[in-house]
Design a binder for this molecule. Structure first.
Ligand code: TRP
Ligand code: ZN
Length: 455
């Protein structure tokens, strides 16, 4: 996934949805405009697009040559693009987008539902519904307009900036003004109950709009938990710092239509009514994953370890088990109901997933959270909560990898207060860790094979 030589700053997607039957319907006619800056001289460049028929490509309004090979759409502009130049690429395309099956067997991309479709993109699915640089490190702002047959609704990331019906079709315009990685872009088309509210001002911001879209079949079960979004956001702000985006909310689909939850930016998707832990998990991802985005999929534990640890902190603060008790249960092997699940926590080190099929396995989630708990143990509670906020602030709306994290924690523990991140992150050199107390956290907990011998 992903392509070099340019950096996309903005996507403008105009998507016309055609509802056919559930089998061969759910088609799309799209125009995608990517505004990018060349990071070197380009005579040609690639976009990721899987399936769909490409009808025309222009660069700066001039017809460009293009060819396709697998998921690569290679564009050769009439005139080359010079390093540093900003250029606009427009792709017109249509077809029935593909449902993509991942190495771990889960489905993403284009997921037809009973009354519409849900587009999800972790880690690769966004290439099924729009051409782009689908690498987590190339974040951009988005304008997404979806037209649907009148009577259906279209929900996406960010804020609804327009809604207009003409000749039996309704256009919904959504805007994401903060940078977003392609894998957390979404559209949900169907019939939803919409509820709007606000998280009242605080934490250095004004009122935060909440936009919730719920499949009517899930409305009763969802009402109570979704009413807690403001409470969860405020709790998270107290722990992680100001909410990083200009709106929040949720999309609740039927469990038959979506098999998992996903932290789609500003508006996480849930397969049926979430419990409070899952709501906390997906909202915590807004800080850790969506705002601070992994540089590559190898850094996945920076997403899932943090979001899992957020669940532990929520339990700890709400009369449940403390993070220490959860850590101990995992270490003793009696956290999950079955022995195999308890054993699976130690299958590989969090920062070294052995393959793409394993990036959502337990070592990335539970053992990733255990790494954070070990850091807390070494540096103490006050410093640890400062670190959680400092990490989110330093890399807000950016990308970071595991080496950045280690460098940040080391510097923070030395007493810099974590306010400054090193200009260029050093490679994670475990032997060079200046603080002897943290070295075992990196060596044994983050990078070590098997279960560390000391809890
Ligand atoms: N990121 C999701 C979560 O933890 C889980 C998930 C959904 C996922 N799809 C994925 C993880 C694909 C890895 C790859 O809420
Ligand atoms: Zn997660």
């Amino acid at each position: 996934m992903g392509n070099g030589g340019y950096d996309v700053g903005h996507y403008a997607l105009s998507l016309a949805y055609e509802a056919g039957n559930e089998e061969d319907g759910r088609r799309l006619r799209g125009t995608a405009v990517a505004t990018a800056r060349a990071t070197r001289d380009l005579s040609a460049f690639n976009l990721d697009l899987k399936g769909m028929d490409v009808e025309a490509v222009t660069v700066e309004g001039v017809a460009a040559r293009w060819k396709r090979s697998g998921q690569e759409l290679t564009v050769t502009p009439e005139r080359g693009v010079g390093e540093g130049e900003t250029f606009r690429t427009t792709v017109r395309y249509s077809g029935g987008p593909e449902t993509i099956t991942d190495p771990d067997g889960s489905e993403e991309g284009w997921l037809p539902t009973a009354d519409g479709v849900l587009a999800l993109g972790e880690p690769t699915g966004s290439m099924a519904w729009f051409p782009g640089n689908h690498h987590p490190s190339d974040k951009a702002t988005y304008d997404i307009t979806v037209t649907v047959p009148e009577g259906l609704q279209a929900v996406s990331n960010g804020e609804l900036t327009g809604q207009a019906t003409k000749n039996g079709r309704t256009a919904y315009s959504w805007q994401t003004a903060e940078p977003m990685a392609g894998y957390v872009a979404t559209i949900a088309i169907g019939t939803y109950e919409i509820r709007r509210s606000t998280v009242s001002g605080g934490a250095g911001r004004g009122d935060l709009p909440v936009y919730v879209a719920v499949d009517p079949a899930q409305a009763d079960d969802s009402r109570r938990v979704l009413a807690r979004i403001p409470e969860v956001v405020e709790w998270a702000e107290a722990n992680f710092g100001p909410y990083p985006f200009s709106s929040t909310g949720a999309i609740v689909e039927n469990p038959e239509d979506a098999a998992y939850a996903l932290e789609t930016q500003s508006r996480p998707v849930f397969p049926g009514a979430p419990d409070i832990s899952l709501l906390v998990h997906e909202l915590a991802h807004q800080w850790y994953g969506d705002s601070v985005t992994p540089e590559s999929w190898r850094d996945m534990w920076l997403n899932e370890g943090f979001a899992t640890y957020a669940e532990w902190l929520w339990q700890e603060d709400h009369g449940g088990d403390s993070a220490q008790e959860i850590f101990d249960a995992l270490y003793e092997g009696d956290y999950f109901d079955d022995a195999a699940a308890n054993e699976a926590v130690w299958a590989f080190p969090p920062a070294k997933p052995p393959s793409a099929a394993r990036i959502s396995d337990s070592p990335v989630y539970e053992r990733g959270a255990m790494v954070l708990h070990k850091i807390r143990e070494v540096i103490g509670d006050d410093a640890f909560f400062g670190l959680l906020q400092g990490w989110a602030t330093t890399h807000r709306h950016g990308n970071a990898d595991t080496a950045d994290f280690i460098a940040y924690v080391e510097k923070y523990a030395e007493g810099s207060g974590g306010k400054t991140a090193p200009e260029t992150a050093p490679e994670a050199d475990l032997d060079a860790a200046p603080d002897a107390d943290l070295a075992p956290v990196w060596e044994d907990w983050l990078y070590g094979d098997g279960k560390p011998s000391v809890a």
